[in-house]
Design a protein. Sequence first.
Length: 495
Amino acid sequence: MKKHLTAPFSNTPPSSSSDTPNKQWGGRFCGSPSEVMQAINTSIGFDKALWQQDIRGSRAHADMLAHVGILSADDLAAIHQGLDDIYQEIESGSFIFSDALEDIHMNIEARLSERIGEAGKRLHTARSRNDQVATDFRLWVRDAIDSLNRRIASLMQALASKAKHHAADPMPGFTHLQTAQPVTFGHHLLAYVEMLSRDRGRLADTRRRLNECPLGSAALAGTSFPIDRQMTSAALDFDRPTANSLDAVSDRDFVLEYLSALSILSVHLSRLAEEIILWCSAPFSFIRLSDAFTTGSSIMPQKRNPDAAELVRAKTGCIMGSLMGLFTVMKGLPLAYAKDMQEDKQPVFTATEAAHLCLAAMEGMIHDMHANTQNMRALASTGYSTATDLADWLVRVLKLPFRTAHHVTGRLVAKAEEKNINLADLTLDDMQAEESGITEDIYSVLSVDSSIASRTSMGGTAPQNVRTQAQRWLTLLAGETQTDTHINTQTGAPI
Ligand code: ARG
């Protein structure tokens, strides 16, 4: 049993050393790290994802160093050439990443020195990996926000056009998952467009606040070199340099904000996923998903399972877990940088990938879903869903106080329930037995169509409202995709 417990772990003695000593601090260190030290310390396995941002930051830093006279023009040219070559190497897959060099920053810097010699060794002047990683990661999160933003907009477009199509199709509206009042399917879909628009707002807000450049804060205290932080900040499209070097290297608020925004987004997607799962189930049968977004069962031939929706619902756990993980990493850290912060990246990469996948799957399902409008309409009239309309008629026509109208209607519902019929099937005599002022006109408000058509209050479910809202969103989003050009951070070209 004991053996079983330890079996998955290697018995490498902690004293054994890795083959390669780290070249970057060869002066102070003559020994190599133990294998286990290297294994726990290395981050290249995941932070290689920052390679483009790292090269971009290095180019900006080198330009600035040359501009203030710290680097010669020749060195600058060599650095640019070297970084361009490294860019190609990584892009083509020929770059050899080394665990011994810990992370992306040292992998690239070491390779640069290997390729161009002395000039490469000058690049790290007035810079530390602490401000470097803070800068790279802000750039990465900023890019991630921009691409998620586009994906959310695209899902909103899918929802809004479906909503326009179903602007007048009734479905049962629920509270407590009990039939409440009829609404239109379009109105229901547009509720998610509103949520997603707030998600975009939160991401935009995060982007605005993170858009300050930490580069030049160095290890924690700033630098004695006459650097120009405005220049690097502008070159990297930041709004301004950060104001406090200690804060700049130890702040991960931007990551927490980003993951918070992603968590709320994932909650919205999960709620929609949950509804899709309900709507697909036989007792609801509101919608049908095609073979493209369902799976079968290996034993039950009749099954059509909404796995994609279930996985969107489940991935919320991964995204929210990333947020909780990082909160826990950050909560006890003294200023300034601590290696704990290296653990900030993986959860962000995983959560970002999950969010992309969920958004894409959701967009696919929205396009794919076929609404069983007849069934939704039929169900919309069950459960005494127009009882409120009856009460409202008593208030509007007979001038009853609403509370009294509520009681009268309640008695009529009880009567209908007793007879096992709909409200509209009660006779006028039945109605008048409860309230003598009721006339034939009451029947005009008891249909599902009259109910939804009457909800014309701002934000209400009336088909004309839904059509206007759906069109408003479609116009807004179409205008945005036309005018909103995004910049490729490497080439500077619009995408
Ligand atoms: N790989 C490190 C990280 O992601 C870079 C910063 C290392 N700084 C240091 N002082 N060891 O956090």
